[in-house]
Ligand binder design. Structure first.
Ligand code: SAM
Ligand code: SF4
Length: 444
């Protein structure tokens, strides 16, 4: 790995899991009231996301919005603030608003105790009106925090998908990624998760770690496969500013690291395809015939997303919004402290307006990066026209690079090479305005 910025032709520019990225959000001077933002929005099938910004450790690769540990009383104060926010947001929605999907993410939601997880579910159900036992509910966990008492609460409250961050089953690789864990602890956590009986187990693994070879990568994959997970996420390692690994300095040239990650991707993909998994996106693989039980990486093209917590985003058709965003430990702590001190949650503070061609770009980015591709009829029904008419230059460039599969007249789809280059293709679809905002954003 290396800390140098990506080469312009690198396949690894950035992971585009939502468009636009939070680094394109800016303070909204008018602080629009939530009631105005949600008036007139379709609310019959909303998604609910609750963000828990706590972890036991800070892993060397991680730039997610989270802090290590919590001083006495902070998790209670955080849940109190979540409850106030939930009450304010619910009041801004229609009486008939319904949730179709829910997820608890982080950080590490299972950093909370079993009793606190009960309270988190109560907030989702009683304050927001989400019927957690009737809808898919996905929860992220780390091995050390996936304890039997917490898992029992999550299973009883209706969790359909438990996603475990494993990263590597190789102790030396975990050390190299600054992920303090032992394989034996990970295996014990997997045993507890399977015993709790969630319909879907997802395992996250990372490739491109220093010292990782194709043989050690395939061994990690085989160890994961022994648990027959319904889903697997294979993440290429990124080393971003302000993270632990970024401070470690140069180990390998950028070009060599890119080539190693691409080779590991192909080896991992082929291995999973040979073991009965289907590719859903560059990162996500699903075991054939397993249930689709979570807010995984599928093309969710509905706009309505209600995010609660200081790192959560919310989406209406016109505005994406959240709170301030940081990676640096002091900044993160400051934002969490501000959040728990907030009494008035009736307004949106930071965001990005989805006007002009932005909704079309978002639709294109989120559908095209799925292995299934973009159904052209859906695009036509929603926007009129076609992606080829709206984004001719971008798609001509993709075609020239061999990234498009032109075998199906009904779908716009990436070729296997295009899918392998998802983290380069996605950013090429960003609007000039979003690009400029992201470039001007200063990491803190
Ligand atoms: C919220 S975490 C998962 C839950 C839990 N906090 C844990 O780490 O076990 C989301 C996942 O993103 C992936 N991830 C985070 N930062 C990454 C990076 N810099 N490079 C590659 N993958 C990363 C990891 O696989 C991680 O499990
Ligand atoms: S990878 Fe997971 S456990 Fe590690 S710091 Fe990031 S969110 Fe926390």
């Amino acid at each position: 790995m290396t800390t140098a910025p990506p080469r312009p032709d690198s396949p690894y520019q950035s992971y585009v899991y939502a468009y636009p990225h939070k680094t394109a959000y800016r303070p909204l001077p008018e602080r629009p009231p939530l009631r105005e933002l949600w008036a007139g929005e379709a609310q019959h099938a909303l998604s609910l996301y609750l963000h828990i910004p706590f972890c036991e450790v800070r892993c060397g690769f991680c730039n997610l919005f989270t802090r290590i540990g919590s001083p006495e009383g902070l998790t209670t104060a955080y849940l109190d603030a979540l409850e106030r926010q939930a009450t304010a947001v619910r009041a801004a929605l229609d009486g008939g608003a319904r949730f179709a999907l829910a997820a608890f993410g982080g950080g590490t939601p299972t950093y909370l105790t079993a009793g606190e997880l009960e309270r988190l579910c109560d907030i989702a159900e009683r304050r927001m009106g989400a019927d957690l036992r009737a809808i898919p509910l996905s929860v992220e966990a780390s091995p050390a925090t996936a304890t039997a008492d917490r898992l029992e609460v999550l299973a009883a409250r209706g969790t359909t998908r438990l996603s475990l961050g494993v990263q590597s089953f190789d102790d030396a690789e975990a050390r190299s990624a600054v992920r303090p864990q032992k394989r034996s602890e990970v295996e014990a956590a997997l045993g507890r998760i399977r015993a709790a009986g969630f319909p879907v187990l997802n395992i996250d693994l990372i490739y491109g770690i220093d010292g990782q070879t194709e043989a050690s990568w395939l061994r990690s994959l085989d160890t994961a496969l022994a648990w027959q997970p319904e889903e697997l996420y294979l993440y290429p390692l990124y080393v971003r500013p302000l993270t632990g690994l970024a401070r470690r300095g140069e180990q390998e040239s950028r070009a060599a690291w890119d080539a190693r990650r691409l080779a590991l991707y192909r080896a991992g993909r082929d291995h999973l395809l040979a073991h009965g998994y289907q590719q859903v996106s560059m990162r996500m693989f699903r075991r054939a015939a397993s249930p689709q039980a979570g807010a995984g990486e599928y093309a969710c093209q509905t706009d309505g997303m209600v995010g609660l917590g200081c790192g959560a985003r919310s989406y209406t058709s016109q505005l994406h919004y959240s709170f301030d965003y940081a990676v640096n430990a002091t900044e993160v702590r400051g934002i969490i402290d501000d959040y728990v001190a907030t009494e008035d949650f009736h307004r949106a503070e930071v965001g990005h307006r989805m006007d002009g061609a932005e909704p079309r770009r978002r639709h294109l980015v989120q559908s095209l990066l799925q292995a299934e591709g973009l159904p052209l009829a859906d695009y036509r029904a929603r926007f009129g026209g076609s992606p080829a008419e709206d984004f001719p230059a971008e798609l001509a460039e993709f075609a020239e690079r061999g990234w498009l599969d032109d075998g199906d007249a009904e779908f716009l789809r990436l070729s296997p090479e295009g899918l392998a280059h998802s983290d380069a293709a996605g950013p090429m679809l960003f609007s000039p305005e979003v690009r400029a905002l992201m470039a001007a954003y200063e990491a803190k």
